[in-house]
Design a protein around this ligand. Structure first.
Ligand code: HEM
Length: 251
């Protein structure tokens, strides 16, 4: 088929399988995501959506971007911010930590926002249609494994402006198919979609390394604290300390 929506799905099929098989996504599919994993994921999603949505906003009138520009229905930045505030508190901005791969992804988004705005379609597709597909299952798993009540900390997964994800995906695909592209642009766009998946995979892999270090360190700190019989530091502050250590050791 020559529709962009079909081509982009076909060309990223293998990448989707690889993304599903990253440690982080496997943990999700096993139904045992940890609080550390989810908090670190939110931190990276914040960086990614900040860059993506700024680039989309800046190019909302671009002929390739305008048809797939749905800020009311899709924008995630504010919901990620709410979730971060829930888990990290009011001063979450000073506490968020992201791995190098996330910086690289955000940098790519800003760069194409300036140099090749038409490629934003590939990135918006990869994130938003993913969020509207498997992402819905991930939300329920997060809620169950972390025992979160009443949607607290789960705004990221909820799309109040989209009543039927499936119908919305159909509309999104038809909008994608209405974009007029030169052959070279189409080729570049498909390559960019594969790259977008690759960038996500790198983020998940980097995040998982960070999670391992954080959980090991917080375990170590528990042991040390127990051995010293100190009782004044709460589990929460130990975890936060562990997260700070992680940043330093990864930088
Ligand atoms: C679509 C599952 C991870 C991007 C889908 C669909 C499912 C699914 C069931 C619907 C397929 C269809 O409508 O034909 C999952 C599961 C995941 C996962 C279980 C991990 C546990 C990801 C990741 C990304 C992603 C990490 C990208 C960052 C997409 C996209 C689509 C999609 C872009 C739309 C495909 C299209 O209709 O063109 N996913 N997914 N998914 N997923 Fe995932």
């Amino acid at each position: 088929d020559s529709d962009l929506s079909e081509q982009i799905k076909a060309v990223t099929k293998d990448s989707h399988v690889r993304a599903e098989n990253t440690e982080l996504m496997l943990a999700y599919q096993r139904g045992n995501v940890s609080l550390t994993q989810y908090k670190l994921l939110l931190c990276s999603l914040y960086e990614i959506y900040q860059a993506l949505e700024e680039a989309l906003d800046n190019n909302s009138n671009h002929p390739s971007v305008a048809p797939i520009y749905f800020p009311l229905e899709l924008a995630r930045l504010e919901s990620v911010e709410r979730d971060l505030e829930h888990f990290y508190g009011q001063d979450w901005r000073e506490k968020i930590v992201v791995p190098a791969a996330t910086k690289i992804y955000a940098h790519r988004l800003r760069q194409i926002g300036k140099d090749n705005p038409e490629y934003l379609v590939a990135h918006a597709y990869t994130r938003y249609l993913g969020d509207l597909s498997g992402g819905q299952v991930l939300g329920r798993i997060t809620q169950k494994s972390l025992g979160l009540k009443g949607g607290e900390g789960l705004s990221f997964f909820s799309f109040p402006g989209v009543s039927s994800p499936n119908l919305f995906k159909q509309l999104y695909r038809s909008r994608m198919n209405s974009i007029e592209l030169e052959e070279e642009e189409r080729k570049g766009m498909l390559e960019e979609a594969v790259r977008a998946f690759e960038l996500n995979i790198q983020v998940f892999d980097d995040l998982q390394k960070m999670v391992s270090v954080t959980e090991r360190e917080s375990e170590l700190m528990h042991t040390t604290t127990r051995n010293r019989c100190t009782r004044h530091s709460s589990t929460h502050s130990k975890l936060a300390d562990g997260e700070k250590l992680t940043v330093r050791s990864l930088q």
